[in-house]
Ligand binder design. Structure first.
Ligand code: FPP
Length: 224
């Protein structure tokens, strides 16, 4: 049976769920946050050490301002209300992506990372304003400046996911089969599950079903 150390998730389908059930995309984001809470709980129960959540891509800036503001308010409230408890649960928060938000949110994100930096039970990597191509370009530039060799080890060292093992499992909800510029380097050997359900409808049972299936896959890593 495969060990499961790192799960990455593309939480897709909030907008469609919101329109279908509440006639509002933002209502879908609000409901999506409830799924985030559920999955964090289950991740702890399953003793998984890393959970990476794609919450906002570099391409998501193309959305209407009203939706972007709603999403960042949701995040701000989430961190303000929940960081103490996450810390108490020994959870470490790390932000992937570049912190180019309001001064208030940048500070909140940095303080949340600092506060939880020594925690060891579970590391949650929140990808915000994250794009894999730009992360890779950043790494190549740093390698060029430091004049070290371009090789796998050095690229890994200069990525934002330095010290984080590659995901074993990627789940994308929302019935879409693409990677959307998410962890392109790090997902090279991950098992990928495309889930039909929209993110707000995704639940503990779905998570368990996927984990069970993942555990029984024969992972070859190029061997036979
Ligand atoms: C993709 O669905 C989802 C997002 C861009 C935002 C994800 C945000 C959350 C799950 C809630 C907030 C999370 C935190 C951690 C505070 P979509 O809007 O692209 O859905 P669609 O494909 O149906 O339009």
């Amino acid at each position: 049976m495969n060990r499961l150390n790192h799960v990455a998730i593309i939480m897709d389908g909030n907008g469609r769920w919101g329109i279908k059930y509440k006639n509002s995309r933002n209502a879908g984001h609000k409901e999506g946050l409830k799924t985030v809470e559920k999955i964090i709980k289950e991740t702890i129960k399953k003793k998984i050490k890393f959970l990476t959540l794609f919450a906002f891509s570099t391409e998501n800036w193309k959305r209407p301002k009203k939706e972007i503001n709603y999403l960042f308010n949701l995040l701000e409230n989430f961190l303000t209300n929940r960081i103490k408890d996450l810390h108490k649960q020994n959870i470490k928060l790390k932000i992937l992506g570049s912190k180019k938000f309001s001064k208030k949110l940048n500070k909140l994100l940095s303080n949340s990372e600092k506060k939880t930096s020594k925690n060891t039970k579970l590391q949650i990597n929140l990808a915000l304003n994250y794009g894999s191509k730009s992360e890779l370009i950043g790494a190549f530039k740093k390698i060029q400046i430091s004049k070290c060799q371009i090789n796998e080890k050095n690229i890994g060292r200069y990525l934002q996911t330095k010290n984080i093992p590659d995901p074993d499992l990627l789940i994308r909800t929302g019935n879409t089969k693409r990677l959307s510029n998410f962890l392109l380097w790090q997902l090279a050997y991950s098992e990928i599950f495309f889930e039909k359900k929209l993110w707000p409808a995704f639940n503990e049972k779905d998570f368990h079903r996927i984990i069970k299936e993942y555990k029984n896959i024969k992972r070859n890593f190029g061997r036979i």
